[in-house]
Design a protein. Structure first.
Length: 195
């Protein structure tokens, strides 16, 4: 019989699971330490993008388009509100057409009376984390010739800029139509009072 002091050898699967859990804790701890340093995080990501660009120049490869389109997708999600006002207007119009049951309207009676903070569809933290991960993966992909697919690069560059300008124009029109600004650029409310 085994004594209480003797340890039972864990199976290799349990050892791998324990090591994986330990790596996850270390990774999460590192991310938690980076959380309050917004400027430093983005500067690090910009540095990684610069390393990626230099890697492309020196490797003379065609890796840039996929990362650029993915980052554009993340940027659009970052700029969009979580609750789209155009969808809410459509739902309110449907309720008005089908539901006229005579109930009193809930307060406030006008939508402009209520303070509604801007809630992003993609929070800043997730935007940073996804773009940093994508950049690191793109840098790793430049180390292998498998991912270097030869293409006619002017078409891809023109495609990216057309996609960028069309989507940003649509997003800016949406922002103007529904009167929201996704950034807080040092604007403070000014109250009338003593001068």
């Amino acid at each position: 019989m085994m004594s209480e002091n003797e340890s039972v050898d864990a199976s290799p699967v349990q050892n791998l699971q324990a090591q994986y859990a330990n790596l996850q804790r270390k990774y999460q701890s590192m991310l938690d330490k980076w959380t309050p340093y917004t400027l430093h995080r983005w500067l690090t990501t910009a540095g990684l993008l610069a390393v990626f660009m230099l890697r492309i120049v020196f490797a003379q490869g065609w890796y840039i388009d996929a990362l650029a389109i993915y980052l554009l997708n993340l940027l659009l999600a970052f700029l969009q509100p979580k609750f789209d006002p155009s969808l809410q207007e459509d739902l309110m119009a449907d309720d008005m057409e089908g539901g006229g049951d005579g109930e009193a309207t809930p307060l406030p009676s006008q939508r402009d009376d209520e303070f509604r903070p801007f809630v992003r569809r993609l929070p800043e933290w997730q935007f940073w984390l996804s773009s940093t991960r994508a950049t690191i993966i793109a840098i790793l992909c430049t180390t292998s010739e498998i991912f270097d697919v030869p293409v006619y690069w002017p078409i891809l560059v023109v495609y990216f800029f057309v996609l960028f300008f069309l989507t940003m124009r649509r997003q800016i029109q949406h922002m103007i139509k529904y009167k929201y600004v996704p950034f807080d650029i040092g604007r403070k409310a000014k109250y009338g009072g003593r001068k």
